[in-house]
Design a binder for this molecule. Structure first.
Ligand code: ZN
Length: 79
């Protein structure tokens, strides 16, 4: 497939020639489809979303980020 832009999350997917994708977020930042799925497409997406990883919740999620933040805060004695 050619480069495709998701109308839902605004991310652009580029085939990497190995059956996977390079991804740019709407902000232009390079990311991973799994991460986008966990942060945007799964919570906010619908069937319009073209993220091939949309049904795969193995990437980054807000819950994981929150847990990581709490861990760092504890380590730094901030909470
Ligand atoms: Zn999407």
């Amino acid at each position: 497939m050619d480069c495709q832009k998701c109308n839902k999350c605004g991310a652009t997917f580029f085939p990497n020639g190995e059956g996977g994708y390079h991804l740019r977020w709407a902000t232009g930042k390079v990311g991973r489809a799994e991460g986008l799925a966990g942060l945007v497409c799964i919570p906010y997406g619908n069937d319009e979303c073209i993220n091939p990883m949309r049904h795969v919740a193995t990437g980054d999620t807000w819950a994981k980020r929150l847990a990581e933040l709490e861990r760092l805060e504890k380590r730094n004695g901030l909470s």
